[in-house]
Every structure is written in C-alpha cells, then in structure tokens.
Design a protein around this ligand. Sequence first.
Ligand code: GLV
Ligand code: MN
Ligand code: MN
Length: 425
Amino acid sequence: MNVELLEPDRERLWSELHDLARLSEADSAGWTRRVFSEPYRAARDWVRGRMRDAGLAVTTDPAGNIVGRLPGRHGGPPLVTGSHTDTVEGGGRFDGVVGVLGAIEVVRRLRETGTQLDHDLLVVDFLGEEVNPYSGSCLGSQAATGVLTADTLDRTGVDGKRLGDVATAFGLDPDGLLAPTWAMQRLHGYLELHIEQGPTLEQRGLDIGVVTAIVGIERFLATFIGRADHAGTRRMGDRRDALVAAAKAVLTVEREGCAGPDSAVATCGALRIEPGAENVVPGRALLAAEFRSEDQTWLSGVRRRVVDEIARHSAENGVELLVDWSADNPVVPTNPSVQNLAAAAADELGASWLAMPSGAGHDAAHLAARCPAGMIFVPSRDGRSHCPDEWTDAAQIATGVHLLAASLVRMDQQATVDTEFAGPR
Ligand code: GLV
Ligand code: MN
Ligand code: MN
C-alpha cells in the first residue's frame, strides 16, 4: 500500500494533545497527572472517548489498562501499540501521551483510507507507567505480562501508604493486577512511539530514533531508623540522626553512578524526613533511589556495592537500616526485525534516523518478554523531559506518527524473525 496516504492530520492530533494536557492536577507545576489521581481518572475517561470516536472497541483489562481493538481481516495474535498518559509530578505534555494519541490517530487514518490490517490492532493506554511512591513503574504492563507480585502490592511507599490499598481505592481489583492477563495470549508484536527525552536526536539534527535497547533499572526504598531527640539539648556525639545517615547514602549513590560505565546513572529522587522540624533530630528518613545502565554486569553488582557502604555509614551514626530493593527491568534489547522494519519504513518516508538505546524506562521493556517489541523516538527540545519544559514540535510528532503507521503496516505483513539489526543503509 502507499503509506504516504497514512500521513496524520497534524492539527487534529496537536489539538487533542493540548485538550488532554488540560486534564492536570491544578495545584502542581507543569502538567501533572499522577497515577491514581482524579485528573488521571478524568484523562482516562477522555482517552476512552477518543478511542471510541476513532472506531475502536474499548475495554479495560483486569490490570487497569485501557485497550481499544480494531478488528483485522484474519484476527489471530494481535498487533499492539500504545504508551501511557500518567505523568511525573511537575511533568510535561508529551511523555507517553504522544504514543497513545499518536496510535489513536493511526487508527483514524487507517479507517479514513480504508486500510484494513490482517491482524487485530490493539491500542493500549497502560496503567501507571511512571514511577509511583512505592518505587515501581510500568504497573499496567508489568501486571498484564505477569511480572507484578503480591510483594509489590504490599510495599509501603514514601507516602506511608500501601500500594494495594491505593490501587483498591482507585477502583482496581488487586487480584486483577496479579492475574497475568496478557501472558496467556500470543501477541504478533508491539511497537511504541515515544519522545526521546534526551538530547541525541536534536543535537544530530535527526527525525527519528530506532530504539535498540532499553536500560535496566534497579531501585531501592531505604528506611533509616534513628532516634528523635531535642535538637537543642542532644550533643552532637550522642545523636542517632536518621537524616545524616540518609544524606551519606545520597552521596554513596552519586559516587556509584559516577564510577560506573558511560551509560550508568544513579539518582536519589525522593526523601521523607520524620518528624520534620528544625528543632527535632530526625528520627526516621525514607529515601528512594534508582540506578540505570545498558551494562547489565554493572547493574547486577549495584545492590551489593551500595548496601555495604550505606550500612557502614548508617552504623557509624547509630542508625538502623532497612533496604527494600526492586528491579524494574533488566537491560532489554528490542527485536531486530522490528528495528529493521522501522528503519526501512523511515527510509521509505524519507525520515532521517539513528539506531539508539533508551535511557528512559518504557512499557515496551515488559512487552518485549511476550512478543517481538520495538520503539521509535521523536526528538525532545534541549533533551528536556520530566519537567514542564518538555517539548516536541507538531511536525516532529507528525513524522513519528506517520512512521508508526507505516511500521505497523509492515509489521502486520511481515514475520518478525530477523536475528540481527541490519544497521544504517
Ligand atoms: C519513565 O519515564 C522512566 O524512565 O522512569
Ligand atoms: Mn514515558
Ligand atoms: Mn516518563
């Protein structure tokens, strides 16, 4: 087929992107729509409406993922695309949203041009992709692919609440989250469009990133238990200051990231201090941290190296330490066939592209365990993301959505059996 015809309606897509952006938490910076918040609920109702308008049959699976189905000529294992519509606190308008609204626009263009795929096409808005206060991300894709455990639902977060309880209060059934709905089903393939969230494409003046791998992520939630005391009367040598121990841990995490391979990053992103007043020695501190890399060997050694040092420093301060680790995903290579067909489709559309890894985590990392999976990136201005300044031009998004359509058409027709990425041609 002539994939030129599948070019998206740029204005329609751009205006929807801004309609969705309005459904944000009023008291937060930027565009904030955290998982389990009321604006998130409203946004998901709105997404269901856009899916229905596009002609999709919409359901919500037991894991809370919104799934829109476009029937194909022959059915069989479905082809899947999508992303997420939750954001970080103080986030932007494009992370995740481009992949969901872009996929809905692809469906509209398929229908408007009378193009029917052989396979059913599923457009998915995955539940809670961003990291939540319980130190986990990709809730919906992990749940659906059967890797979410009861331990995860039992985790108490920096907000002092239990994940399972918060999910129940949002209307989800914890048993549904633990049922590997999609793990039982064969999928033809998965392709996700996303913003790059880093500077590489812009710096090189390129249209598209063909993602080769998604970084592995290890996280911990550490509880430092010291002793609350009067800050005026308790001598410096006689304190059990939980925050001082946590502060030393922050520096340990930074040192570990700096000493790692090029792709290694390490971040302490959330800290809660109790009771939280200048005139009380902190009795308790909760610290959330993460480590990422394309180097699985480095990542696999992180837990041992970091915990030894943090435990030593905590003991020096008389502080008890509890560390709860979780692995979001190991380093995940994307499927070579999917890379090849996305690159070939980019060539066909005249879009310049680069094969590149993703430093951000994505639902695609979990889908990759179930089926041939890949991703395509569009540029991010100044490489900014997870902040209100996140930006991608309408024309750049349109190129990505056009490529998503052209690649899905190829994926529909092709067996995904290549064992190697062909590389630039
Ligand atoms: C999601 O954006 C992540 O990389 O954590
Ligand atoms: Mn994202
Ligand atoms: Mn994100």
